[in-house]
Design a protein around this ligand. Structure first.
Ligand SMILES: C[S@@+](CC[C@H](N)C(=O)[O-])C[C@H]1O[C@@H](n2cnc3c(N)ncnc32)[C@H](O)[C@@H]1O
Length: 183
C-alpha cells in the first residue's frame, strides 16, 4: 500500500467515525434495562385489558412495552389510544414494526426512554410486566402523576403493601388490578 492510499483510507475512517459512533449510540440502550424482555401471552394481554375495562376513550400506557403488543391490542381491539415506552432500541424497533403491521399508527405511539423518567399524567390505564421491586419503586410515581380513577394492571407481580382490588388467574398467570384513589 502506498503512502497516498494509506492516507486516503485513514481520512475516510476518521470522517465516518462520528456516523458509526452515532449509530452505535442509537442502537445501545441509554442504560441497562431494569428487567429483561419476556412477552405477555396474548390471552393474558386480553385479560389485562378486559379487567381494566378499556374502551375507545382510554389512553393506555405500557411501561416497558417490549414488542408493543399491549398498546397495539388496546388500539386494534378496543379503539383506545396507546403509548408504549421501552428503554431498549431493539424493542422499540419491534414495537414500531408491530404498530405498522397492525395499522394502528394513528392511535399508538412508541417512545424510547426510561419509564421512570416519563410523565404519565395523561394515562387512564397503566399496564406493567416488570418485577415486584420495580412495581414498589414505581408506586410513588403512579400515585403522584396519575389522576384518581386511573386503572393500573400488572401481569405476574403485585405492588407491596398496596392491596389489589382484583386478582385473577389466567392460565396459571396472575393479573393484579388497582384504581388510583382520591388523594
Ligand atoms: C418483561 S418485559 C414486558 C414487555 C411487555 N410489557 C409485555 O408485557 O409483553 C419488560 C420490558 O421492560 C423494558 N424495560 C426494562 N427496564 C426499563 C426502563 N427502565 N424503562 C423502560 N423500559 C424498560 C425491557 O426492555 C422489556 O422490554
Amino acid at each position: 500500500m502506498t503512502l497516498r492510499i494509506f492516507a486516503v483510507l485513514m481520512t475516510m475512517l476518521v470522517a465516518n467515525a462520528p456516523v458509526a459512533w452515532a449509530q452505535a449510540a442509537q442502537e445501545a440502550p441509554a442504560r441497562r434495562p431494569d428487567v429483561i424482555y419476556v412477552p405477555t401471552p396474548e390471552e393474558v394481554v386480553e385479560a389485562m385489558l378486559q379487567v381494566a375495562n378499556v374502551t375507545k376513550n382510554d389512553i393506555v400506557y405500557d411501561l416497558g412495552c417490549g414488542d408493543g403488543r399491549i398498546p397495539v391490542t388496546a388500539a386494534k381491539k378496543y379503539g383506545a389510544r396507546g403509548i408504549g415506552i421501552d428503554i431498549d432500541p431493539q424493542r422499540i424497533k419491534e414495537a414500531n414494526e408491530n404498530v405498522a403491521k397492525n395499522n394502528v399508527g394513528d392511535r399508538v405511539k412508541i417512545i424510547q426512554g426510561d419509564l421512570f423518567e416519563q410523565n404519565l399524567s395523561e394515562a387512564t390505564v397503566v399496564t406493567l410486566y416488570l418485577l415486584p421491586s420495580l412495581n414498589v419503586k414505581l408506586m410513588p410515581k403512579l400515585m403522584k402523576e396519575l389522576k384518581p380513577g386511573t386503572r393500573v394492571v400488572s401481569h405476574a407481580f403485585d405492588m407491596g403493601d398496596w392491596k389489589p382490588e382484583k386478582e385473577m388467574d389466567v392460565n396459571g398467570r396472575k393479573v393484579y388490578f388497582w384504581t388510583i384513589p382520591k388523594q
